[in-house]
Design a protein around this ligand. Sequence first.
Ligand code: MTE
Ligand code: MO
Length: 213
Amino acid sequence: MSETDVTDLYEEFGDDRVPPGQRETSAFPVLSKGETPAFDPGSWEFTVTGAVETELSFSWDEFRDLPSVTQRQDFHCVTGWSKLDCRFTGVSFLELAERAGVIEAGDEGRTTGRETPSGRAVHVLFSALDGYTTDLPLEDCLREEVLFAWGYDGEELPSDHGGPLRVVTPHKYAYKGAKWVDGIEFCTAPTLGYWERRGYSETANPWAEERYS
Ligand SMILES: Nc1nc2c(c(=O)[nH]1)N[C@H]1C(S)=C(S)[C@@H](COP(=O)(O)O)O[C@H]1N2
Ligand SMILES: [Mo]
């Protein structure tokens, strides 16, 4: 399977691949606010709602039939560790945003939030099976490396790491990547997720050390 290496995305943000204040680790620690939730492939449903032209929902089988990509990415936890060269396989955020009609390619391939009857999408709220939520400005999500990942290192994503499906955000601290994700809502105004309400940064750029707000 072909693989795209996006580990050079740091060049957009800073001089060093490992962001300031981070230490490289070879382990892949598990960080969850609670227990790993149960996953039932028969009843699992993924929804795309909010300021879109067409709200979408997918069963597990339908989600797995979506076009997928494999990428080599780095993973930066706000608690100070970074794991380099993770291989994630999944569906790009752009793929879902296009299917729902959130975005429209402009002249130079740029994307903009589109007006819908409920307004213009500017923000995204991710939800998950354990009740976790996290949010990001829409423009920070409209990037090829934001993936809904079901595969890790050629295997199914382990449940502790968010299997069956998690978000990965290699350009952000990893709390922006909802494990056990089961929905995205396109919002017409900024809204705060679980850690963001508790003082963590909304934008979470590791190269600017945006840890807390
Ligand atoms: N649903 C859910 N997603 C989550 C969390 C969580 O508690 N619940 N923790 C976040 C935090 S703080 C981090 S650092 C990463 C950790 O991912 P990992 O356990 O695969 O290392 O997941 C993020 N996504
Ligand atoms: Mo974290």
